[in-house]
Ligand binder design. Structure first.
Ligand SMILES: [Fe+2]
Length: 203
C-alpha cells in the first residue's frame, strides 16, 4: 500500500509526519474493515443448511459493529488531516488479500472460513495498534477498542468449531477452502467424490 501524502495540518501535539504515518496505518485498517463488513453480509446471504437461521442472524450485529468501526476509522483519518478512501475500486486496488472465496455453503463451512478471515483482520489490527502506540495513544486506543469486539466475534465463530476437548476443527488450515472442509464433514466428503458426468440427452 502506498504511503498517504503528508497532511497540511494534523491533531495538536502531533507532527504532520506523525499524522501521515497514522493515516497510512488507518487507511489499510479502513480497507480491512470495509472488506470484512461486506464479507459478513455475503455469508449472511449465502449460508444454507439446518443451522441457517443461527448463523444468518448472528452475523448482522457483527456487520453493524464492523461498519461502526470503519466509520470511526475513516473519521479519525479526516481528523488527522488525511483523506479516507471509501470507494470499492480503491479498496480492491490497495488491499493485500484475495476476495472471500466461499459461495453458497452450509453454516459450519462458512464459519470455518470466517475464522480464518477474522484471524487475518485481528493480526493486522494488532500490528497497527502496536505501531500507532509509539506515535499516538488515542489512535492506539481506537484500534484496541475495535480489537475487543473483533476478538469476541471470532470467539462466537470459534465456539461453533470447538470440540468439548477444546480443540478447533480448523486447526492448521491455511486457506478458506481448507478451513471450510475441515469444519464441514459434508463439504469434505463432497470434495472427495468424483465429479458427476453430465447426463447425455437423446437426440
Ligand atoms: Fe439480512
Amino acid at each position: 500500500m502506498m504511503p498517504s501524502p503528508t497532511p497540511r495540518y494534523t491533531i495538536p501535539g502531533l507532527t504532520t509526519k506523525n499524522g501521515q504515518q497514522l493515516v497510512t496505518l488507518l487507511s489499510a485498517r479502513l480497507h480491512a474493515l470495509n472488506d470484512l463488513a461486506l464479507t459478513l453480509k455475503h455469508i449472511h446471504w449465502n449460508v444454507v443448511g439446518p443451522h441457517f437461521i443461527a448463523v444468518h442472524e448472528m452475523l448482522d450485529p457483527q456487520t453493524s459493529a464492523v461498519r461502526e468501526m470503519a466509520d470511526g476509522t475513516a473519521e479519525r483519518i479526516s481528523a488527522l488531516g488525511g483523506v479516507p478512501q471509501g470507494t470499492p475500486g480503491v479498496l480492491v486496488s490497495e488491499r493485500t488479500w484475495e476476495d472471500y472465496s466461499i459461495g453458497r455453503a452450509d453454516a459450519i463451512a462458512h464459519l470455518g472460513a470466517l475464522d480464518l478471515v477474522y484471524t487475518g483482520v485481528i493480526k493486522d489490527h494488532r500490528s497497527a495498534a502496536d505501531k500507532a502506540g509509539s506515535i499516538d495513544p488515542v489512535t492506539e486506543d481506537l484500534l484496541v477498542e475495535h480489537l475487543r469486539s473483533l476478538e469476541q466475534f471470532q470467539w462466537f465463530v470459534r465456539a461453533h468449531l470447538e470440540s468439548t476437548g477444546g480443540s478447533l476443527s480448523t486447526e492448521g488450515t491455511a486457506t478458506e477452502e481448507q478451513a471450510a472442509r475441515a469444519a464441514s464433514p459434508a463439504r469434505k466428503a463432497a470434495a472427495k467424490r468424483p465429479a458427476k458426468k453430465a447426463s447425455r440427452s437423446k437426440k
